[in-house]
Design a protein around this ligand. Structure first.
Ligand SMILES: [Zn+2]
Length: 453
């Protein structure tokens, strides 16, 4: 595709998300003004300070819980004047989004973390189950994304339509700038149908429907609605025998279904090779690994030199067992014939409106719409080049405060050691801090895939 044509296509795609400038708050201004995220990074960041100030004021004034936290830390709106001041903003631990009571208290909890008045639906009972909560809020225009830890508890992140659209725009910008984007490419999504689930990873990969033509998108597992209940049922430790029997009966992801799906994916790869088509293969690493293992077993290899791989959702919970990214990239190159500089990984969290997508050199680029922080054990910022706990100031959501401390261990560099895109980068490997519960969508899905016997 001609380059000028491609720019026109990208512009059209992004324009769809841009709201009329008369209605912009400083948050929309910071998000929609830059023509490129990773060029003129410093200039883009000048727009970020007013956005953070606006967002902080909004949550301070409309979120009772956050305001209380600010009072404890003695921080008011007047204290946040410069980019350096943003480090004073009180941060919420990500575990906070998991600390909800079961049953009746759940809605009160949700009402507390929601900034402004919660668009509370009418529930059939006083203690609706999580699926009903998600379903009913969806109808009110609030999408509740969830992700799960190994303990079986879910994080609930309430996002109104505006916050979700801004997240999508933000992620799309990183994709079109850091990857080789062509709207005519084919896509293979190694995930359940993203239109049918609220699992964060599926929702994020569902952005493919914004970027590519629906007829060119192939989903590995269709017609599988992953609900919180379904996920919970897969966890032997959290359920009783009765539920376990039920879970077995409804376990659609049996080894037979997996195998059938994997063979369908391999046939697609072979078709792309034969027709000389470009494809973007996206999904959690364990899933792609399983497909590649089958290819090795059946002695089938393909050469897709113009295609790309995008992994995400984290690696499997057991860190010691995981294949380091580098070894995985080599395997992708060997089995699928996709060069390593066309392999990308994305670090993303339900709680965060930015995705950290790796460039051709595998460093994860921080978009200019967020302030990344690395904290020491006392939760004090330590700057660049040192390992610490990842935290961020995310002004994009208005339905919950996006000022969050994660349990992930990262290192931040002021600039990418490999490519020319501007702005800071996260080191290639992101790990869970010791003692912090393993979590992530990929871990949950990996469990789903484990054979029943
Ligand atoms: Zn780079």
């Amino acid at each position: 595709m001609a380059v000028s044509n491609q720019y026109a296509e990208i512009k059209k795609l992004l324009d769809k998300f841009i709201t009329p400038s008369e209605s912009w708050t400083p948050v929309e201004k910071a998000l929609f003004t830059p023509e490129m995220f990773f060029t003129n990074y410093k200039k883009n960041q000048e727009l970020l300070l007013p956005a953070i100030k606006h967002s902080f004021k909004h949550h301070y004034e409309n979120n009772v819980l956050f305001k209380r936290l600010c009072e404890v830390d003695n921080v008011t709106v007047d204290n946040i004047k410069t980019l350096d001041d943003v480090k004073k903003i009180p941060l919420l631990p990500d575990s906070f989004f998991k600390d909800y009571p079961e049953g009746k208290g759940f809605l009160t909890w949700l009402d507390n973390i929601y900034t402004g008045s919660t668009p509370m639906p009418n529930f059939r009972t006083e203690a609706p189950d999580h699926d009903e909560v998600i379903e009913q809020f969806n109808q009110k225009g609030v999408s509740i994304m969830f992700t799960s830890g190994t303990s079986g508890r879910f994080s609930f992140i309430p996002r109104n339509t505006g916050s979700w659209d801004r997240l999508r725009y933000n992620a799309i910008r990183s994709i079109v700038e850091l990857m080789d984007y062509d709207p005519n490419d084919s896509v293979v999504l190694l995930i359940p149908d993203p239109r049918q689930t609220n699992l964060t990873i599926a929702g994020l990969f569902g952005i493919a429907y914004d970027l590519y033509k629906p007829e060119n998108i192939h989903v590995a597992l269709e017609d599988t609605k992953i609900t919180t209940q379904f996920l919970r049922m897969q966890r032997a430790d959290t359920i009783g025998l009765k539920e376990k029997i039920k879970a077995k009966a409804m376990a659609k992801l049996s080894p037979i279904v997996q195998k059938k799906s994997d063979l369908r994916m391999i046939a697609l790869f072979e078709k792309f090779e034969k027709e000389g088509k470009r494809a973007n293969i996206a999904g959690p690493p364990f899933w792609l690994n399983r497909v590649m293992e089958r290819m090795i077993k059946e002695d089938r290899k393909v050469k897709l030199p113009d295609s790309q791989v995008l992994t995400g959702g984290g690696w499997k919970a057991e860190e010691d067992k995981r294949a380091p990214e580098e070894a995985f990239r080599e395997k992708v190159e060997d089995i699928l014939g996709i060069p390593q500089n066309r392999y990308h990984d994305v670090y993303a969290m339900s709680e965060c409106s930015s995705v950290f997508l790796s460039c051709e050199g595998h460093y994860k680029h921080v978009p200019p719409t967020i302030i990344p922080l690395v904290l020491d054990e006392e939760l004090k910022p330590i700057g660049y080049n040192k390992f610490g706990r990842f935290a961020f100031i995310d002004p994009i959501p208005d339905s919950y405060p996006g000022f969050i401390i994660t349990g992930d261990k990262v290192k931040l560099f002021e600039k990418c050691p490999v490519c020319n895109h501007e702005g800071p980068v996260l080191d290639i490997e992101v790990a869970r801090l010791p003692g912090v519960e393993g979590r992530g969508c990929a871990a949950v899905m990996a469990e789903l895939m484990e054979s029943e016997e």
